[in-house]
Design a protein around this ligand. Structure first.
Ligand SMILES: CC(C)(COP(=O)(O)OP(=O)(O)OC[C@H]1O[C@@H](n2cnc3c(N)ncnc32)[C@H](O)[C@@H]1OP(=O)(O)O)[C@@H](O)C(=O)NCCC(=O)NCCSC(=O)C[C@H](O)C(=O)O
Ligand SMILES: [Mg+2]
Length: 279
């Protein structure tokens, strides 16, 4: 499950400690935007020690390295490969060649097989190459939307409903699904505006995102709730499967709605998520 994926500034020791008790499904230990250039080297050491510590329980632990072309990129990738987190998150991935370069760096750095690549898509060129990026490597498991960078590159305003970003969000969702990969929605910057945050979570869930990236602990609980199946959805899914199996034919109705095999597949997916959450 990747409903809630919390970024934590890699230089913030208190946040790294706090994350061990937070109910996020995954955490991204950040070396990029949240870390001042003067603190990059110290943060790298701290984050890699945290990732290798095994102290984060069931949460997936990932490391976001600095991007291509920065002075820290190669050393970050080398250190992350050695630490062996669940994934290395790479910002501003724009091409297949970059995915292959990350693959090679993880292999030459001795990263364990479990360490996958999460590629951040956050530029206009990445929106246009999203399917090539998503399908460039079996090691790439997740696309992550970078909506702050995308808005900046587009010269778009941050508005409720995210109209300026919807084309990019949709292109990346199409790309991820076509490539059989997971995809996480971008962050909501106003940590005090819970109503706005919930509305954006719901929009992401309705689009089909697997979860949302977060910047504050207060966003975890509402995000988990919104990205989990509701009791109504679970009950409806059970009834869809029962009705379809009992009828023994291609089409039935449940609560007046037409049900065919693709609805049954979706109902099974929802029940599988509910089972996973209750186990
Ligand atoms: C956004 C913040 C700077 C707000 O900080 P602050 O005002 O200090 O928050 P609080 O006082 O409410 O904090 C309460 C306690 O919670 C801990 N805390 C806060 N944030 C986190 C966190 N992300 N992970 C773990 N713990 C956290 C505080 O330490 C307090 O603890 P305590 O003292 O024990 O009470 C801040 O939330 C923050 O820095 N968030 C993360 C910012 C970040 O990582 N940014 C980079 C990723 S976003 C991005 O780059 C997206 C993408 O690339 C794009 O383009 O869109
Ligand atoms: Mg970004």
């Amino acid at each position: 499950m990747r409903r809630s994926v919390l970024y934590m500034p890699g230089a913030n020791e208190r946040a790294l400690e706090k994350a061990k008790t937070l109910p996020a499904d995954a955490v991204i230990l950040d070396l990029e935007d949240a870390v001042h250039p003067d603190a990059k080297v110290e943060a790298r050491k701290r984050v890699c020690e945290a990732a290798a510590s095994g102290e984060y329980g069931k949460r997936e632990i990932t490391i976001r390295v600095n991007g291509f072309g920065t002075q820290w990129h190669a050393d970050d990738l080398r250190a992350a490969a050695e630490a062996g987190p669940d994934a290395v998150v790479v910002p501003k991935v724009n091409s297949v060649a970059e995915v292959h370069a990350i693959e090679r760096a993880l292999e030459s750095g001795g990263a364990p097989d479990k360490t996958t690549i999460w590629a951040m898509v956050e530029t206009p060129i990445a929106m246009l190459h999203a399917h090539d990026i998503a399908s460039a490597s079996d090691r790439l498991s997740v696309l992550v939307m970078g909506t702050n960078d995308l808005a900046k590159e587009l010269r778009a305003d941050h508005v409720s409903g995210r109209a300026p970003l919807l084309t990019g969000l949709s292109l990346c969702l199409l790309a991820a699904r076509a490539a059989g990969k997971e995809i996480l929605d971008g962050v909501y910057n106003d940590v005090k505006d819970l109503a706005g945050f919930e509305a954006e979570c719901l929009q992401g869930k309705q689009f089909g995102f697997d979860g949302k990236t977060l910047i504050h602990p207060g966003q975890i609980e509402p995000c988990n709730r919104i990205f989990s199946p509701t009791e109504e959805e679970i009950d409806y899914s059970r009834r869809v499967i029962e009705a379809f199996e009992a009828a023994g034919r291609g089409v039935v109705t449940v609560d007046g709605r037409m049900i065919e095999n693709m609805h049954v597949d979706n109902a099974r997916r929802i029940l599988a998520i509910a089972d996973q959450l209750s186990s």
